[in-house]
Ligand binder design. Structure first.
Ligand code: FES
Length: 381
């Protein structure tokens, strides 16, 4: 049995911790309201007076903004409002530009992403992008305006995004378009996936979780939890658009179903693979092979680039995880609808062969297999 303390247990002091956290949050917001407007002015002046290359200006602004949001997260940690430590995050991004997508549980996700990615740009809601003081900074950093009600604006967004990626930046997008409901996901929009396909760059899925929930729509700033909320950022997978034939619909379905599986599993922590250079080694030579990192669907699961793992379950099926295809004897592929985990029947009782349908348990089928060394292969003559 687990010996972990019950973290959901209530204590008589909970209202006190909540109240203190709300007071610290209020002080922080007040402080921000006072200094933020004056903080934007130097940025606006810098952007107006800059006469050099646009990309160079964006790089400078990204570095400065990353430093700013890191200081902000340090403050929030120190004040015990919400804990996010960007130094502990290792997304193992591929070399070169990529699209980073993430679920969106809290209001702080964009700043957390800026703190980690540094040289990254994003799509900004028109209502925010057009704010007088913020716009020069956003434009200077080469962030760009999201689509409006005008259908033609989509083309502009796609064009701007591909342009940024070609200049070597990362692009981060929250494909739900708004904050996720607690413990759930909104439907994913297609734009991030279309951008990755058009630019032919890898797409990195990032899992964000806040424990306990805070700064979500349901748990706003002045209703903090008693226990210190912690925001975690982990890599869920890397996909190559070429592995879906460059079809953004298929790519979106694959990635969204992986997120939904992770959410259905209770948003467990993800343990990154210790394989050499894991995703960071996703060099141009690896792109186009259809290899990706895959969520294996188990708490504490590992990831490996381009790997498939087969587990021989005792008294049960073969469980295959990672990158694989299954074909019939004629070489025709089964459509797996983007599944990255599947169980194949080992007992011979399934009515849905080659897949497991649970008959092994109903039949009381027994077979245990322990891992062992095989004898060396006989030399071929
Ligand atoms: S192993 Fe599950 S039905 Fe055969």
């Amino acid at each position: 049995m687990s010996s972990l303390p019950d973290r959901t247990a209530r204590s008589a002091l909970d209202p006190l911790w909540r109240g203190l956290r709300a007071v610290r949050a209020a002080i922080t917001v007040g402080f921000y309201m006072v200094i933020a407007p004056s903080g934007y002015v130097p940025f606006a002046l810098f952007c107006l007076l800059w006469r050099g290359e646009q990309r160079q200006r964006a790089r400078i602004l990204h570095r400065v903004s990353a430093r700013g949001v890191r200081i902000m997260h340090w403050w929030l940690r120190t004040m015990r409002i919400i804990h996010f430590d960007w130094r502990k995050v290792d997304l193992g991004l591929p070399a070169g530009p990529c699209v980073v997508v993430a679920n969106h549980p809290t209001q702080l996700d964009p700043t957390a992403m800026m703190a980690v990615l540094v040289d990254g740009c994003t799509i900004v809601k028109p209502s925010v992008y057009r704010r007088l003081l913020v716009r020069p900074l956003l434009e200077g950093a080469m962030h760009f305006e999201g689509p409006s009600l005008d259908p033609m604006s989509i083309d502009h967004v796609l064009h701007s995004a591909v342009d940024r990626l070609r200049s070597g930046m990362h692009l981060f997008v929250f494909p739900e378009g708004t904050r996720s409901p607690e413990g759930k996901l909104h439907e994913f929009g297609r734009i991030a996936f279309e951008i990755a396909c058009r630019a032919n760059v890898p797409i990195v899925s990032v899992a964000l979780r806040c424990e306990p929930c805070y700064l979500s729509r349901e748990t706003p700033l002045f209703r903090p939890p008693a226990r210190l909320p912690r925001l975690f950022m982990e890599r869920l997978a890397i996909d190559d658009p070429a592995s879906c034939g460059g079809d953004s619909r298929v790519l979106r379905e694959r990635i969204e179903s992986r997120y939904r599986q992770w959410v259905a599993d209770g948003m467990p922590a993800i343990v990154a693979s210790s394989a050499p250079n894991a995703a960071g080694s996703m060099s141009p030579t690896l792109r186009g092979t259809g290899e990706h990192l895959a969520w294996t669907g188990e708490p504490g699961a590992c990831y490996g680039v381009g790997m498939s793992k087969i587990t021989v379950n005792n008294h049960g099926p073969y469980r295959i995880e990672g990158t694989f295809s299954i074909t019939d004897a004629a070489g025709k592929e089964f459509g797996l609808a983007g599944r990255t985990v599947i169980s194949l029947c080992r007992c011979g009782h399934s009515a849905n062969k080659p897949f497991c349908d649970g008959s092994h348990a109903r039949q009381g089928w027994q077979s245990s297999c322990e891992a062992r060394e095989l004898p060396p292969q006989k030399p071929k003559v």
